[in-house]
Design a protein around this ligand. Structure first.
Ligand code: NAP
Ligand code: MG
Length: 489
């Protein structure tokens, strides 16, 4: 850069300079009311109950959603059971075509779906547009490819579908979690009753519209909306032959207890308290980016968020300084602005939980560093990114899953100490290792008690790569060849 150029940059980045707004202009076609998607049609709930879904960034009501009761879940299960034999008999190649068609329709409608996801859930448009939607389409493409190759996926064995699958998903990646669940189940010839999360049902309901457009046979996928009780009805239904759940460890435990007397295979993707380990020999700028993305991506509403940072003691000061600088640059606010990095917290309930855990961290004596908050929108649920230093492993912020943009920074002196500290948690979803030394990477990765270990990167996902936890983060895998196993006999 010439000195004139650098003066221009300096002038541009002076205190009074800011981005112009970059509002997203696409608007999805949101209905005022949504029925339950049962047997290929939207039906009014027999329960007679509905509830509102709102935009967490504005408080604006988006639509009314149906709350499925017992009779509704029974109807969805009956439709899934009735559709089962024909769907299972269909040649894999034909089932695959439906998945490919769906993947292409998702791509064609990607912008509208991304905006819908952002409006209903609060995540920044650049994330729903660039992460959630491409990955959701990818999952259907990938599994469409397996549908006619199951004899190679399970060489030497004649596999059959399990039957009706009950699938329950959370609010942090609504459409993507629906894709993770539906794609392998359908590829293997199962039928499904899917239960989206109460606060984020719209993208699944719009997916149902696409299922109608691609002429998926009625009953193969049924979508019942509602709160926790609807989820309980789905997971415990006598018709289910497989249950897949993503959500909290608490609810995962309840489902496991419920299914204990029955021989129902279960996949659980639960919470986490994942550690990013940064050695002094790491490429520091890249590590800072990785740590920032690991915790502040999607407001920290990520099961595998790198919510604990273990940094080698000798570089603590410069690393924390770089982290603080980077945090100050993050743009918090309107999720429909294409410049926004950190959007709205998904619900009031989640915001209260984050606030109380952060307050507990301060009471225990950890030091809070938070981002500037003067320009937050007045309405909606907001929590600016922050991190704690001076954290002891016994502190609440080092132990409990916060599920918000809150990072706990701790130090270590030796690789042994880093490994011990990283593994000191009942969870075991993910971990990150940052170092220049390949041998260190292999040694640490091998000894991490975590389902996924990322090396010199974080939060990388691919439909071909299995994802899932160990310890209290759950069991079973989703994605890749491993993910197919849960859906076949
Ligand atoms: P949650 O309460 O466990 O809910 C997950 C899903 O289960 C939702 O669809 C929920 O319905 C439903 N549900 C609630 N009670 C149920 C029951 N007794 N039986 C069957 N289903 C039931 O989790 P959340 O409140 O959505 O998310 C908060 C926590 O979930 C986080 O703190 C995190 O630990 C965990 N989480 C983990 C992952 C992951 O991938 N591992 C992803 C997201 C969240 P309603 O929401 O409609 O009530
Ligand atoms: Mg909502």
């Amino acid at each position: 850069m010439t000195s004139a150029e650098s003066r221009t940059v300096e002038a541009l980045t002076g205190s009074d300079w800011d981005y112009s707004p970059a509002p997203e202009r696409t608007r999805p076609d949101i209905a005022s009311e949504y029925g339950l998607f049962i047997d290929g049609e939207f039906k009014e709930p027999q329960s007679g109950k509905t509830f509102a879904t709102t935009n967490p960034a504005t408080g604006e009501r988006l639509a009314r959603i149906s709350e499925a009761g017992e009779a509704d879940v029974d109807a969805a299960m009956a439709a899934a059971r009735a559709a089962g034999p024909k769907w299972a008999r269909l040649k894999g190649r034909e089932r695959g075509k439906y998945l490919f068609r769906l993947a292409r329709r998702i791509q064609e409608c990607a912008r509208e779906l991304a905006v819908l996801e952002t409006m209903d859930g609060g995540k920044p448009i650049k994330e729903s547009r660039d992460v959630d939607l491409p990955l959701a389409a990818q999952h259907f493409f990938y599994h469409g490819g397996w549908a006619d190759k199951l004899q190679w996926a399970f060489a030497g064995r004649n596999v059959r579908p399990r039957g009706v699958c009950g699938q329950i998903i959370p609010w942090n990646f609504p459409l993507l979690m629906a894709a993770w669940k539906l794609a392998p189940a359908l590829a293997c010839g199962n039928t499904v009753v899917l239960k989206p999360a109460e606060t984020t049902s719209l993208s699944a309901l719009h997916l149902a519209r696409l299922l109608q457009e691609i002429d998926l046979p009625p009953g193969v996928v049924n979508i019942v909306t509602g709160a926790g009780d609807t989820g309980r009805l789905v997971a415990s239904h006598q018709a289910v032959r497989k249950v897949a759940f993503t959500g909290s460890t608490e609810v995962g435990r309840l489902i496991m207890q419920e299914l204990a007397p029955r021989e129902i295979p279960l996949t659980l993707e639960l919470g986490g308290k994942s550690a990013n380990i940064v050695f002094a020999d790491a490429a520091i700028d890249q590590a800072v980016e990785g740590v920032v993305g690991g915790i502040w991506f999607n407001q920290g509403h990520v099961c595998c968020a790198g919510s604990r940072l273990l940094v080698e003691e000798s570089i603590l000061e410069p690393f924390v300084a770089a982290l603080r600088d980077r945090m100050a640059q993050l743009r918090v606010g309107d999720p429909l602005d294409k410049n926004t990095d950190v959007g709205a917290i998904n619900s009031r309930e989640q915001l209260d939980r984050i606030r109380s855990l952060v307050a507990a961290g301060q009471e225990e004596g950890a030091i809070l560093h938070d981002a500037q908050t003067d320009s937050l929108p007045e309405k909606g649920h907001w929590f600016p990114p922050c991190f704690f230093t001076g954290v002891q492993p016994s502190h609440i912020v080092a132990r409990e899953e916060i599920f918000g943009p809150v990072l706990a920074v701790m130090t270590f002196r030796t690789p042994e100490e880093a490994i011990r500290r990283a593994n000191t948690t009942p969870y075991g979803l993910a971990a990150g290792v940052w170092t220049d030394k390949g041998s260190k990477i292999f040694e640490i990765a091998r000894r991490m008690e975590a389902g996924v270990v990322w090396c010199n990167t974080y939060n990388q996902f691919d439909a071909g790569s299995p994802f899932g936890g160990v310890k209290e983060s759950g069991f079973g895998r989703e994605g890749g060849l491993h993910g197919l196993r849960g859906y076949v006999r």
